[in-house]
Write a protein that binds this ligand. Structure first.
Ligand SMILES: Cc1cc2nc3c(=O)[nH]c(=O)nc-3n(C[C@H](O)[C@H](O)[C@H](O)COP(=O)(O)O)c2cc1C
Length: 367
């Protein structure tokens, strides 16, 4: 018999937001926004998840500027009047369905491919010009560029609030711009933006601090972090709990409200000698609300999906055990919710046999 799922459906208070349950839709790039403007199809996709009972919807990664933030066609931004208008309608649709939604701000940094972008002559931004450790591709960001990038994140967050969204998540994971500052293998700077954790977190902290000033004390700000890097799944940006604490403390001090810890398999322990996962440690070390993620309800992890592996529906028992004992507060669900807007309802009603397998074909459709 599967374990009762009641715990997943207990409410949670995230700052001023009263979330009806513990299930968060993970941010997932969909590339269905021609001209970087989200249209009615994108609005309907998010609204379906609101109608389906998702506790907190996080948007796909959204660019805070129009030039350096993305090289990916059809990824939405939140910088042009057209894109802002599109997002205003998305927010209104989700709200009308009783949903709660945040925008994830995503600057691809060194993972933007200039050749594929509309601005092939503009170099990509990152802490030290590195996409992969040891192989510089571009010049390190200048002070002026760092200042511009910070202000663009702040403007994106303020726009998200003005357009009717309930919170903002800064994408600080997966080797993108903010993460290029966090990781000592891709941040070789010797100025105030590099060095120890205090320097390497400064870029994120400036974004958080200045955004906080703009959006006020009660607008929730989240940050997504990952130990793993795109080119190195085994990487541990913080090799010990002590180092992890030195990573997190400045972010908390700067005013972050919740920490979203990206893992590919939520049950994997973060450090030897404890079975807490990354979100478990983040909660223990900071006392802040944390979100975990990774292969919830599916047999295989998400990067394998891209190489064609088909994931089968999987038991939620282990997740419920970890949440009941208080390891972390919220759980993000990616692919299962990408594919099935009714996933939450089915879980709630115990209709496990109605849950579907996941194949990469699902990524090609927006429903
Ligand atoms: C199609 C797709 C797009 C994704 N895009 C993003 C993104 O824009 N931002 C982000 O932080 N993570 C992104 N991810 C990672 C997911 O948020 C999530 O962490 C990952 O899929 C693991 O959760 P899952 O096993 O439930 O799918 C993406 C994943 C998928 C499958």
């Amino acid at each position: 018999m599967p374990k009762p799922v009641d715990y997943l459906f207990t409410p949670f208070r995230l700052g001023r937001l009263q979330l009806p349950n513990r299930i968060v839709m993970a941010p997932m790039t969909r590339s269905f926004s021609p001209g970087h403007v989200p249209g009615a199809n994108v609005g309907a996709y998010y609204r379906r998840r609101a109608e389906g009972g998702v506790g907190l919807i996080l948007s796909e990664g959204v660019s805070p500027n129009t030039v350096t933030a993305t090289g990916t066609p059809d990824v939405p931004n939140i910088a042009t009047p057209e894109a802002k208008e599109g997002w205003r309608k998305v927010a209104a649709g989700v709200k009308a369905a009783g949903g709660i939604m945040g925008i994830q701000l995503w600057h691809e940094g060194p993972y933007r491919n200039p050749a594929k972008s509309e601005f092939p002559d503009v170099p990509s931004w990152s802490a030290s010009g590195l996409k992969v450790p040891g192989k510089p591709l571009w010049a390190p960001m200048t002070e002026k560029e760092i200042e511009a990038a910070i202000e663009e994140f702040v403007a994106g967050a303020a726009a998200a609030k003005d357009l009717g969204f309930d919170c903002v998540e800064f994408h600080g994971a997966h080797s993108y711009l903010i993460d290029s500052f966090f990781w000592d293998q891709t941040n070789l700077r010797t100025d105030q933006w590099g060095g120890g954790w205090e320097g390497r977190t400064r870029f994120a902290c400036e974004i958080i601090r200045r955004t906080r000033k703009k959006v006020g004390a009660d607008f929730p700000l989240l940050i997504r972090l990952s130990q793993w890097k795109q080119q190195d799944f085994a990487a541990k940006a913080a090799p010990t709990p002590e180092e992890f604490e030195r990573w997190l403390a400045p972010l908390v001090e700067a005013g972050i409200d919740a920490i979203h810890c990206s893992q590919r398999r939520f049950w994997e322990p973060a450090f030897e000698g404890s079975d807490l996962n990354v979100a478990g440690w983040a909660k223990k070390l900071t006392g802040k609300p944390t979100i975990s993620v990774g292969s919830v309800g599916l047999s295989g992890e998400f990067t394998a999906t891209y190489s064609g592996e088909i994931s089968q529906p999987a038991s939620l028992d282990r997740l419920i055990d970890m949440m009941e004992r208080g390891d972390f507060d919220l759980i993000a669900v990616g692919r299962a919710l990408l594919q099935d807007p009714e996933w939450v309802q089915k879980v709630r009603e115990g209709r496990m046999s109605a849950l579907k397998e996941f194949s990469r074909d699902a990524i090609a459709t927006l429903y």
